[in-house]
Design a protein. Structure first.
Length: 344
């Protein structure tokens, strides 16, 4: 697996109380200087291209110039053919936990010319992968002449309810979740032990009765903070810590009652990859788009069955319980968007 260039070794250190996986000394990505973040990003891209191939990197990060140009031309033609007044677009938030397959799930939606897309590296709407001030975001949506403005706001998932209430009654959110093993493996492969380092900082602060102020901690319930502290992330391996991060961030969906809101749709990555048409058709109907094969023709089953990781037993037990709840929430969302029988 390829560690993050800002990370160091994951090798355990023996202590009197047992092995402890040493935490990296380098700053977390959000604490690094702009130049350091740029170097790290370039280093990651080189490493990912070597491991997964240049084609996979271009596909995942949307770097293909021909595809981007074709998308811009298609969007321009759609606006000419469907003139709309500014302020009539529907805001759509894509939320959840990083490395949960959101690129795969919404790629077809993003290619729809009626949809204006703002990814986390879009400086108009985001700063350091977090949404800018609410007034700025409302301005981005209000200026659009598309039918839908899609914002990938993963770092702001804890603010989903607040954002929906502030972006207008027609706004929507799609919460994408992935199997814990697939997400943890992908997170460590892409970003090394960043989740572990952040959670170790959160645990240390919680033990002192304070908060870190980091977005990763924002919105976490007292129960989640207690769990993080009790599990001592500094002593977890990077994969168990990535699973713990998956747990406390996906808990936000249920703890905040988001899964019960009619303007929130829950999507399972594994279900979408295994059988894309019903899953993506339901998501399209939820967003007010017409289901069509072009929305799911890109989906393949390359990641539908990740290997089972050797996670810390306490982390595994908590994650298994949450996976059951997430699956139930996704089932409800899918049924809500089922096509209506015209005979009824």
């Amino acid at each position: 697996m390829c560690p993050d260039p800002l990370s160091h070794s994951h090798a355990p250190v023996e202590t009197a109380s047992g092995p402890v996986h040493a935490l990296a000394a380098a700053p977390l990505p959000e604490d690094a200087s702009p130049a350091a973040r740029l170097r790290a990003r370039e280093g990651r891209h080189v490493a990912w291209a070597r491991r997964d191939g240049l084609g996979r990197l271009v596909e995942e990060d949307g770097l293909a110039p021909r595809e981007r140009l074709a998308g811009a031309v298609s969007a321009y033609r759609w606006r000419r053919a469907h003139p709309r007044p500014a302020g009539s677009a529907r805001a759509v938030l894509v939320v959840g936990v990083q490395r949960s397959g959101t690129n795969m799930v919404v790629r077809g939606i993003e290619r729809d010319p009626s949809v204006e897309v703002h990814n986390e590296n879009d400086r108009r709407a985001f700063a350091r992968f977090q949404l800018r001030d609410d007034a700025v975001v409302r301005g981005v949506v209000g200026d659009s002449r598309h039918a839908v403005v899609l914002l990938k706001a993963l770092c702001d998932s804890d603010r989903t309810a607040q954002l929906l209430d502030r972006l207008g009654p027609e706004s929507r959110a799609v919460w994408v979740y992935r199997d814990v093993d697939g997400r943890a493996a992908s997170a460590v492969a892409k970003f090394g032990d960043v989740n572990r380092r952040v959670l170790a900082e959160v645990a240390a602060a919680a033990a002192e009765g304070r908060r870190t102020g980091r977005w990763q901690e924002r919105g976490l319930s007292p129960a989640s903070l207690d769990l993080v502290r009790s599990l001592d992330p500094a002593r977890l391996d990077p994969w168990s810590a990535a699973a713990l991060f998956w747990l406390v961030r996906n808990r936000l969906l249920l703890e905040g009652g988001l899964h019960r809101r009619r303007d929130v749709h829950v999507v399972s990555y594994e279900r979408t990859v295994a059988d894309p048409e019903p899953s993506i058709s339901a998501m399209a109907r939820f967003l007010g788009l017409e289901p069509a094969p072009g929305l799911w023709s890109h989906v393949d089953a390359r990641s539908v069955r990740p290997r089972r990781l050797d996670l810390d037993p306490r982390v595994r037990a908590a994650c298994t319980a949450l996976e059951t709840e997430l699956a139930a929430a996704a089932d409800v969302s899918l049924r809500r968007q089922a096509p209506r029988d015209p005979r009824r």
